[in-house]
Design a protein around this ligand. Structure first.
Ligand code: MV4
Length: 449
């Protein structure tokens, strides 16, 4: 539990972000990097850096043994996995603990429970967390699904139990299409996840994606840090996130927050987690899944609560207790995050290459978490997120006005980026009014073409 150094098993903006807090707390920081990342900022800022192999992730950032070897070589005491890569790999978390390394994250068993939608939903139903009506039984016979669907009522969603983030999911409008959908979903799930296990759910039409940040310490003290609205997304990739959710009320937050805390407590959760809900147009909300990691969009929560989530993660991993209760958590103003991707803003095709000129915005209420600099060559091997612009204001209007100014100021030259898309989005009336759902962006993009 006690450690004085932290190896960050990640790259890009999140490696930089985690090291910032680790350094501020006085920990020795250790970076790992692939052969393609020797010039990356996370390498330069670390106290020590270890090359872990060739550019492809399977031979570097995704290889548990490469990370464990680097930790052994540098005498690391703890590992922060960031997001993606090994962050939700329970086998890796167990291997860390077996090697005497503190994994800065949840207990591996909690990761496994939430990694299976059927198991997760059964636990949530037992704990009284509102779930979408559906079927999540062990009996996987076609007839069982067909009977369940007729009771649930169409349209239904067929989901892979081992899937997540929209992978292995199918919408079925009527009973006639169900047998074929089950067959296809099952074989896709077997190929993608090595398990054909399925669940059924009533399809919620035009909901918002609202997720609640939770924190729990080893002793079981569990609190929530409010919600983020992440409905503005394309092909399950979030594009804009904001806190608070534009349609949130104090009563609804109290209910969703309590449900999220119940969800975490039901699995004896530890550390930072996010409980995802669908929020229907009628104000009903339903548990979807729980992410057992620090998320890309965590800064909007930090901006409105003033709490450094990585600091809390580290403190809890070191065996410390939460130094706040639910009543200490207050929400100040509004924060919006734009994900800056090295992509063509029209086609979303990746656009790696050299940044010839870089000028990030600054000023009051402005935060840029990035993993690039002027002269940096973005390698083609990794995801296209190069940074995040996070803007805070005393209210949503001030936040939006400040965001528009920041987007005007932001220059990332001679690669294509999603900044021009955000310049258009901040001028849109639906975005200005917070009137959007999970399908809004895809419709907006379709109508513009
Ligand atoms: C749903 C749904 C409607 N009804 N489940 C997509 C990602 C995964 N986390 C769950 N997803 C959905 N599950 C029921 N019962 C609609 C989606 C969904 C979605 C959810 C969140 C954010 C964006 C989305 C885009 C399309 C579909």
């Amino acid at each position: 539990m006690r450690f004085t150094s932290i190896l960050v098993a990640n790259r890009g903006e999140i490696a930089v972000r985690v090291m910032r807090t680790a350094k501020a707390l006085g920990y020795r920081t250790i970076a790992v990097y692939s052969e393609a990342d020797a010039e990356a900022p996370h390498v330069a800022m670390a106290d020590e850096a270890v090359c872990i192999g060739p550019a492809p992730v399977a031979q570097s950032y995704l290889d548990p043994q490469k990370i464990l070897d680097a930790a052994a070589r540098t005498g690391a005491g703890a590992i922060h996995p960031g997001y993606g890569f090994l962050s939700e790999n329970s086998g890796f978390a167990r291997a860390c603990e077996a090697a005497g390394l503190t994994f800065i994250g949840p207990r591996p068993d909690a990761v496994d429970i939430m990694g299976n939608k059927a198991e997760a939903k059964r636990r949530m139903i037992s704990a009284g967390v509102p779930c979408v009506p559906g079927y999540e039984g062990e009996d996987q016979a076609d007839d069982t699904f067909i009977k369940a669907a007729s009771e649930i009522g169409f349209p239904v969603m067929v989901k892979a139990a081992a899937g997540g983030g929209g992978r292995g999911m199918r919408l079925v409008d009527d009973a006639g299409d169900l047998p074929e959908a089950i067959r296809l979903a099952r074989s896709e799930a077997e190929n993608a996840f090595g398990s054909g296990e399925l669940i059924l759910e009533k399809a919620i039409m035009r909901p918002r994606h609202v997720e609640v940040q939770v924190f729990a310490d080893e002793a079981g003290n569990t609190i929530h840090l409010g919600e983020r609205d992440c409905s503005v997304q394309r092909r399950h990739q979030k594009v804009i996130e904001e806190a608070p959710c534009p349609v949130m009320t104090d009563e609804l937050r109290a209910k969703m927050g309590a449900a999220a805390v119940d969800a975490a407590k039901a699995i004896s959760y530890r550390g930072a987690g996010t409980v995802e809900f669908l929020l229907g147009a009628d104000g009903e909300f339903y548990f979807l899944e729980m992410n057992t990691r620090l998320q890309v969009e965590h800064p909007v929560t930090e901006m409105i609560t003033g709490i450094d989530l990585v600091n809390e993660q580290i403190r809890i991993a070191a065996g410390g207790s939460l130094d706040m209760t639910q009543d200490d958590i207050t929400f100040d103003g509004h924060a919006i995050e734009c994900r800056i991707n090295a992509e063509d803003p029209q086609t979303f095709a990746p656009s790696p290459g050299t940044i010839t000129y870089y000028h990030p915005p600054g000023g009051l209420g402005v935060r840029v978490d990035s993993g690039v600099y002027q002269g940096y060559k973005i390698p083609p091997y990794y995801d296209s997120l190069i940074g995040k612009l996070i803007v805070h204001g005393r209210n949503r209007v001030e936040c939006m006005m400040r965001l528009r100014r920041c987007l005007d100021e932001f220059v990332v030259d001679e690669i294509k980026s999603t900044i021009p898309l955000f310049r258009n989005l901040v001028e849109n009336q639906d975005i200005a009014n917070g009137q959007y759902d999970i399908h809004w962006l895809e419709q907006y993009l379709a109508n513009k073409k």
